[in-house]
Structure formats: C-alpha cells, structure tokens
Design a protein around this ligand. Structure first.
Ligand SMILES: Nc1ncnc2c1ncn2[C@@H]1O[C@H](COP(=O)(O)OP(=O)(O)OP(=O)(O)O)[C@@H](O)[C@H]1O
Ligand SMILES: [Mg+2]
Length: 311
C-alpha cells in the first residue's frame, strides 16, 4: 500500500538557523499520526514542506505517493490543511466562507458539512472577525473535514479548543481513520494525543528522534517502586538487579526506579516479608519529556539504550 507520507533526507535550512534536518519518515495510510515536539522543533516547517508552501534545501518527499512539488495540484485536490496560525476572510460569516471554499473544491456534501458545524458547536452566522480563537479554529476544522480528504494535515489543531469540542474533534479523527483516511496532527503535548494516535514521531531541534507506537513507548517505561518490608533489608541485595536504578533503602522501605520489567526486583523482594508495594507509573510522560530536554538523555532514549532517563 502506498504510504500517505514519505520523506527521504528532507532538510530545510533557513540561512544559518535550521528548520528540519535530514528527516526520513513514513506515515502509513489509514493512521492517525502524532508529530510531537517543543516550540521551534520544526513541526510547522515539516508540514509546510509537505504542502509545497516552502521548498526543501535537500531531500525528497511524497504525499499519497505523489511528488510534493511536481504533483502539487493533484495532491491539493486530495488533502486538507489547517495551519497553526489560521487567517480567514474576516468579513465573511463562517457559513459564507465554508460555502465559498466548498464551491472552490466542488464536491461538498452539504448535509455532512452542516453536521460538522453542529457537532463542533460553531455558530455559522457570525462574522469571522467576531469569533474567538477557538471558534475560528472550528471554521478551519469544518473546512478541513467537510471535503472528506484522503489526508488531513492539522498543525496544532487542538490549540484553543475547549474539552468538549476537543472530544468531538477526536471523534472526527477516529471516523476519518475508520473511513481509511490519514490524519497527521502536530502537537506539543503527548497527553493530548496519546490516546488518539496510532504512532507518534518526536522531533527536536529539527531532527526526528523517534517514531514509535504508543505501546512501544510504554514498553520502555520507567516505574517508580516503593516496597515496605517487615524489617531491615540490605540494599546490596537489590542494587545489581536488571533495570534497577536510583536505589535507596531507609527504615525498611526500598525506593527505586525500574526500567522495563519489574520481575527481577519483585522476585528478589519476595524472599523477605513484604508489607506493601507502591508503584507510580508516570513514565510515559517522563520518557517523552526526556526527548524535550536537551542533550544526552533524549539521545539515549532515542537509541533505545537502557540509560537512566533524566527529565
Ligand atoms: N521563515 C523562517 N525564517 C527563518 N527561520 C525560520 C523560519 N520559519 C521557521 N524558522 C525556524 O525553523 C525552526 C522550526 O520552526 P517551526 O515553525 O517549524 O517550529 P514548530 O515546531 O512548528 O514550533 P511551534 O511549536 O512553536 O509552532 C525554528 O528554529 C524557527 O525559528
Ligand atoms: Mg508550529
């Protein structure tokens, strides 16, 4: 099957500052893909390159199997884009703009468009200039979904949406996926997209550090464990167990961090009288934040090494 998006060595330099560097990415069709990274990481640059709004310094890319530059018109007919900073004809009402865009496109199912307006609770009769940021965003989203495109490119689509609308937006993405469409969403926030996305790519300082399923990210999770024993235990019994780090034993309570399986630690602990075990699993967020921080921690995590992941 043709990938929805494929890039090879895609690079954009802005003079001395970097946009994105040597990005190889494949996004399979029919998935919801999260493109995550901090401010200035290169998310919007990547999206603009794929839409042929800016030209790469080097590298190649295909959208729906078509060359992003040579086949741009053919691609444009089959995709939707909602930019991070939406600027719309402000004198029109939402409905007028949607009608105009629908006519430009040519095939819009009006009943479906109206159902989107209703589901996102957009007031279509207000002039766009009078709408709040979140309500403007809804106009962009209705415009993107109403044409039922094969690929939706959404640059931080959830910014400004209230939780109710966000939930409805997620349902729209899931319905798009059920219909075999692909959704590419950029975001700063893993928690916002982790339950929605099939896979996520993490970009920092223009470099794609990792592309993983949420399940694989979780498999490398860190667990904080605390075990209360019936009496004193020797820290040395536990210190060399696989995956165990930051070990401390005080007053019969062991505290440590475990990367991966906790099996060895639990079996070692079972030789003593155990009163209580507490496991704090904030690790997905922690792994993710490690990608955000500068330096080694992120690179180690990206390489899949069992290094300690410092936030
Ligand atoms: N037109 C431009 N001229 C010079 N540098 C640019 C230009 N556009 C982007 N950059 C630089 O490229 C890098 C990536 O920017 P980009 O807008 O892609 O980040 P982003 O991940 O979308 O960030 P945000 O989360 O803030 O939207 C940044 O360092 C930015 O300063
Ligand atoms: Mg951006």
């Amino acid at each position: 099957m043709t990938a929805a998006i494929e890039t090879r060595g895609l690079t954009k330099s802005y003079g001395r500052s970097r946009g994105i560097v040597d990005v190889d990415l494949v996004v399979e069709a029919g998935q919801i893909f999260g493109f995550l990274g901090p401010n200035g990481a290169g998310k919007s640059t990547m999206i603009r390159l794929l839409l042929d709004l800016i030209r790469p310094s080097s590298g190649e890319a295909w959208v729906l199997g078509l060359d992003i530059h040579r086949d741009r018109l053919a691609i444009d007919r089959r995709i939707s884009y909602v930019p991070g900073e939406l600027s719309l004809y402000s004198e029109l009402t939402g409905r007028q703009l949607l009608t105009y865009l629908g006519n430009l496109h040519g095939h819009v199912d009006a009943a479906y468009r109206d159902s989107l307006i209703e589901r996102l609770e957009l007031d279509p009769f207000k002039r766009i200039k009078t709408l709040s940021r979140g309500n403007k965003q809804k106009v962009g989203l209705v415009a993107a979904f109403m044409i039922r495109p094969e690929l939706l490119m959404l640059d931080e689509p959830t910014a400004g949406l209230d939780p109710f609308v966000q939930l409805e937006f997620e349902r729209l993405c899931e319905e798009a996926r059920s219909g075999g469409r692909t959704v590419f969403i950029s975001s700063h926030q893993l928690p916002e997209v982790e339950h929605l996305c099939d896979r996520v790519g993490i970009i920092r300082e223009g470099k794609l550090l990792a592309v993983e399923t949420i399940a694989d990210l979780k498999a490398r999770a860190l667990h904080r464990l605390e075990i209360d024993f019936g009496g004193p235990v020797d820290a040395a019994t536990f210190s060399n167990l696989p995956g165990v780090r930051d070990l401390a034993v005080t007053d019969g309570t062991l505290r440590c961090t475990v990367m991966g399986s906790v099996d060895a630690l639990i079996k070692a602990a079972a030789r003593f009288e155990v009163h209580n075990i507490r496991s704090i699993d904030t690790s997905l967020e922690e792994i993710f934040m490690a990608y955000y921080g500068s330096g080694e921690a992120a690179d180690k995590t990206a390489a899949g090494e069992a290094g300690h992941v410092a936030a």
